[in-house]
Structures are given as C-alpha cells and as structure tokens.
Write a protein that binds this ligand. Structure first.
Ligand code: TXA
Ligand code: MG
Length: 342
C-alpha cells in the first residue's frame, strides 16, 4: 500500500515530479477534486481506472493549463472552441473536440476519435500542469459510484493508500462537475449540465445549442459514457423534497425510528434541531449556488443514515446541474411519490 502524501500549494513542484514518473496525484479544481495522471502515459492512465474502480470504457477528461496544450492534440482549433475558451476558460466548461489520430492513448479516449478538454479555474492546479509539462487526465477523485469529492479529506477517505498524493487547496467553490459541451457534432450539444448553462453557450456561439437529456440516466448508448453508471450515490436512500412539502416531510421523519439526514435551506433547516435525535440537519445555505457547493459534502456526511431528505430546486440555470446530480443520488425518487406508496 502507498503512503498518500498531502501536498500544500507551495509543494506543487514535488507533486508534478511524481506525475512525470507516472504516479497518481489528486488535484483541486473549482468544481470537484480530480484524480490526476499524465494523460500521455497509457500505463499511468490505466491505474486511474483501477484506483477509482471505474469501468474502463468510460473516457477521461484531459485537463490542460493552456490553449496551446489543446493544440497539441487537435488538427485545428475550431472557431467555436476558441470563442468558448475566450468566454469560459479557465472555468467550468469541458469541450469535446475531434483529435488527431492516435495523439492520445485509447485509455484516455475510450477509443473515441474525440477528447474532452478542460482548463479548471484553480491557480495551483494550472501551475501543477505547467510544471508537469503534460496534460492530466482528471476524473473526479472519488471511488466510482460515490459522491464526487469537494475537499482533500473526501479524496483521502476514498483513495488513501491507492494514490501517491493529494494537492490540498481547501474546499472547492462550485461543487458540481463542469458542463460538458460536444463540439464534434453539427449542432453543439451539452452532454452534462454544470455551472455554465446552454443559454450562455448559445449566446457566445450565436447558434442553437442542444441539451442531450437522452444520455442522462440509463440510455443504452450514452454520448458521455460516464452518464450510464449510477453516480453520486450514498448508501442512504435519498428522497427529494420540493419546497412546499417540508412540513409533511419533517412530520414523516418525526414518526420514524430510522436515522434520517435532512439537507435543507435556511431557515427550514433550523427546525431540525427541535426534532428527535435520530434526525440530523445539514444546511444548504440560502440559494442554489450555496446548495450546489454543499450538495456532495452533505450526501457524504449522511452516507450511513437510512434516509436523506434533500431539498429540490427549480431546474433553471445552475439548478439544472444541481437537480441532475441530486436525481442521480436519489435514483429519481421524490418524497412525495415515496410517501404515497407507504
Ligand atoms: O468538473 C469536472 O469536469 C471534474 C473535475 C475533476 O475536472 N471532472 C469530471 O470528470 O467530472 P469525470 O471523468 O468524472 O467525468 C467526465 C465525463 C464522463 O461522463 C465521460 O464519459 C465524459 O466526460 N467524456 C470524457 N471524454 C469524452 C468524449 N470524448 N466524448 C464524450 N464524453 C466524454
Ligand atoms: Mg465523476
């Protein structure tokens, strides 16, 4: 078993050395922590799948520190990609582009003729990649199927002994993974919702942008293969509670002997402290932004409860990304339907 080092941001040069040697080092981004390996080293990339316990037909994001780094792998950077990079990089938009044949290992692309490129908004990680001199694959640094990690502690919990180190730059800010847009198709298509919305992309490109809702969930041939697996799921049964149903939901909780975690907005969440001991509260803050940044951490906090009641929000803007992750964690079960069937 490896001893997993924690690197503070001033130690990125050491972490970069390990990456050059083919070791795995987790890194911070503004969305969630990523599990880094040299994207040009097929052996190193294969070990990422092993460490995560991730099916190996699922391609990985190529994390870069500059546009030039993307240019190494594409024939020509499309104008649309340049526009999106101008508008959103560094930031929470991953762009899928056709690549030069065999320019990246199959272990990265899953054998596809495209790759997903992302430049995260985190100075420490941009420095780490620059120092390593190569792009890093960067799937979320959780055990496959568990909620994505938003702190170095989450990464340590899941991957201790399996990876060389973790660059710790504190909690992430956005909290849900990047938006993925596919520019390899005739009409740009959002394959995964994130902080950058389809409307924002459409405005920059000046054209129609599709949202491929089809691949989200259990589609047979999903565009982003990662979307077909059960994701973000804690062991507890998660129930989504709509804003108007809290009174009913808390009354139900009170009648149970099971252990229940309540993830709610303020001031709702304060009511939980007056409930019996088997019910614990976790604040999602006051708005969709705070809720998104706290969602995964809350799901982890209540991982071993029997139930988690978690607030649903309107599926607009960032709310689309939040609900996409929450629905997966809940297996799409809403408190309303659940309580009807009881
Ligand atoms: O915010 C994020 O994007 C985080 C941080 C760490 O950067 N990373 C992340 O990576 O969420 P991951 O591997 O958990 O999710 C990448 C998704 C998967 O669903 C995968 O199937 C899809 O991107 N993907 C990667 N390459 C692709 C490609 N060439 N075509 C279609 N989908 C692709
Ligand atoms: Mg992931």
């Amino acid at each position: 078993m490896l001893i997993t080092e924690i690197y503070t941001p001033d130690k990125v040069a050491l972490a970069a050395k390990e990456l050059q040697l083919g070791e795995l080092v987790a890194f911070p981004t503004e969305t969630v922590y990523g599990l880094g390996a040299d994207a040009t080293n097929a052996q190193a990339v294969k070990r990422v799948y092993l460490a995560k316990g991730r099916p190996s037909d699922n391609p990985l994001i190529v994390t870069v520190c500059s546009r030039e780094m993307v240019e190494r792998y594409v024939e020509k950077l499309p104008t649309a990609a340049q526009k999106l990079m101008d508008a959103f990089w560094p930031g929470s938009l991953t762009i899928i582009l056709p690549i030069k044949p065999d320019s990246l290992p199959d272990a990265v692309t899953g054998g596809l003729k495209t790759a997903a490129f992302r430049m995260p908004d985190n100075q420490t990680t941009l420095e780490l990649i620059k120092e390593a001199g190569v792009p890093l694959v960067g799937p979320s640094a959780n055990s496959s199927g568990k909620p994505s990690p938003t702190t170095a502690e989450h990464v340590f919990h899941d991957l201790e002994g399996k990876i060389k180190g973790i660059v710790d730059d504190g909690p992430t800010t956005v909290g849900v993974e990047s938006t993925i847009v596919d520019l390899s198709t005739a009409v740009p298509t959002v394959l995964r919702p994130g902080a950058v919305t389809p409307e924002q992309i459409s405005e920059i490109l000046g054209c129609e942008v599709r949202s491929d809702k089809h691949h989200v969930g259990q589609a047979e041939t999903p565009k982003a293969p990662g979307m077909k697996y059960k994701h973000y799921a804690p062991d507890a049964q998660v129930l989504i509670v709509n804003a108007a149903e809290w009174e009913e939901a808390l009354a139900w909780a009170k009648a149970q002997t099971a252990k229940i975690g309540v993830m709610a907005f303020e001031p709702e969440v304060a009511k939980v402290s007056k409930l019996p001991e088997n019910i614990a509260g976790y604040s999602l803050g006051t708005n969709v932004k705070s809720a998104s940044s706290r969602l995964f951490s809350g799901l982890r906090t209540f991982d071993s409860q029997d139930y988690i009641l978690c607030a649903g929000v309107a599926e607009t803007g960032l709310g689309e990304a939040y609900m996409n992750r929450l629905k997966k964690a809940a297996g799409n079960v809403f408190f309303k339907e659940f309580s009807k069937n009881k």
